[in-house]
Design a protein around this ligand. Structure first.
Ligand code: SPQ
Length: 429
């Protein structure tokens, strides 16, 4: 449980934990490469530790400390696990790892918590089955849910047109492509986060990118690397939004990932009128990073329309953008975001229900929300739905609400942002 009170001041210079998406991929590629990969600023959150645990069960030696070392045995070094692999709450782990398991000459069972068992898996099963893997799961109507049973082996290369812009689907197919003879391609309807492509290149794979089409060659020799992970812009987003809506606030966040497939939140903040500066930009381990400073506009933020190609570039930030929009002058419309309905929770339903309890005026639509602002918020008892992004977004809403906000069931925050409430305490007075 978290108790939040209105903040009169919100100020500070901080860094946030390592990027979750990049942390997962660093373990996966470290395990697929030959030699000792060293990872610094790895996210020690439950989701990424679940990935570590799965690879240990597949026979990879991984040491977790201030830095992580992964002793990779190459593409054919895994052994059949003794037990079912357990991914906890991590959709990224189950979907991307399935791509690797599809290429293994053994059968693996993989599952996760109650939320994972409600997340759709047909999106990865379809292309992996086309490549030759045999995958079964819990069938309900047209959809298939975990637990999954994956029998893999040598795969056929395919060129797969994904129906959704999803980095998890793209990554599952590209990593399966490492086990196919020839070139495997993924054609995306919009750009999704490209950490897998970047890291594959960084580890020495042959990757060709033609706009939204990505191709990888099978059977590469991946070489162990040093990977330093930038701060997670999705974690930074909570504090960036707080700085934009609390009068007089300012935040500086160092060493944040600035991959253009993830920076939609900065565009939204700018278009709504917040002052956003980016400096000290550099590229480390194949990923751009820098320092971000955000201040509010000095008056109210403004309404905005968010949809189309922008959506995959801020998909995980939509819950916190909803909080931002409750403070905007006019009607903010979010569309093309029906993917939000199949995340750790139905994020459209969750944000509408909990923010409306606090006094917001939000109407859910099939693929987004219409938010009428500005509305003052009042403290209430809010539910996280076991979803880390809902819990943290409501905590920021609590900073601008009158009275006390109690957020229940906040252990889920540890999946992506251990130390969130401590950092928040240090910034908000
Ligand atoms: O791992 P999980 O649970 O799927 O994580 C989420 C999140 O909010 O942390 C989604 F619920 O982020 C996904 C993101 O939405 C992480 C991700 C990745 O690392 O590849 C890609 C996105 O999902 P998708 O379905 O669009 O591929």
């Amino acid at each position: 449980m978290l108790k939040i009170h209105a903040a009169e001041k919100f100020q500070g210079e901080i860094s946030v934990p390592g990027d979750k998406s990049i942390s997962h991929r660093a373990i996966m590629l470290g395990a697929l490469a030959k030699g000792k990969t060293t990872i610094t600023n790895f996210l020690l959150g439950e989701d990424c530790l679940a990935t570590v645990d799965c690879f240990k069960k597949l026979g990879t030696q991984i040491e977790v400390g201030d830095r992580i070392t992964v002793k990779g045995l190459g593409l054919s070094g895994f052994k059949a696990p003794q037990d079912t692999l357990y991914v906890g709450n991590s959709g990224t782990t189950i979907r991307i790892l399935s791509g690797i398991l599809a290429g293994q000459p053994f059968t693996t069972e993989i599952t996760g918590d109650a939320s994972i068992q409600k997340r759709p898996m047909k999106r990865i099963i379809d292309p992996l089955a086309q490549m030759g893997a045999i995958i079964s799961g819990k069938k309900e109507g047209e959809q298939i849910y975990p637990p999954l049973r994956i029998s893999g082996g040598k795969l056929r290369p395919i060129t797969y047109k994904t129906p959704v812009a999803s980095a998890q689907v793209k990554s599952a197919v590209l990593l399966a492509g490492l086990f196919a003879e020839g070139t495997t391609g993924v054609l995306e309807p919009e750009y999704s986060r490209d950490h897998t492509e970047r890291m594959l290149k960084y580890f020495g794979a042959r990757v060709r990118i033609e706009e939204k089409n990505i191709y990888v060659n099978g059977g590469p020799k991946l070489t162990a690397k040093e990977v330093d992970i930038p701060g997670d812009i999705s974690s930074a987003a909570y504090f960036l939004v707080a700085a934009a809506i609390i009068p007089g606030a300012e935040i500086v966040i160092r060493d944040i990932g600035l991959n253009p497939t993830r920076t939609g939140i900065l565009e939204v903040l700018r278009r709504m009128g917040a002052k956003v500066e980016v400096f000290d930009e550099e590229i480390i381990s194949g990923e751009p990073r820098g320092t971000i400073r955000v201040q509010g506009p000095g008056s109210r933020v403004q309404k905005i329309k968010i949809g189309g190609e922008l959506i995959p570039r801020l998909i995980d930030e939509i819950p916190i953008i909803t909080v931002l929009a409750t403070q905007a002058e006019g009607q903010t419309v979010i569309s093309d975001a029906k993917e939000l309905r199949v995340k750790e929770s139905d994020r459209i339903a969750a944000m509408c229900s909990e923010l409306n309890k606090m006094g917001a005026k939000i109407t859910p639509t099939e693929d987004g929300m219409i938010i009428n602002g500005p509305t003052p918020l009042k403290g209430s008892t809010a539910q996280s739905y076991g979803d880390h992004r809902i819990a943290m977004s409501l905590a920021i809403a609590g900073l601008i609400a009158d009275g006390e906000t109690i957020i229940q069931d906040t252990e889920c925050i540890n999946t992506s942002f251990p130390g969130f409430s401590k950092l928040l305490e240090g910034l908000a007075r």
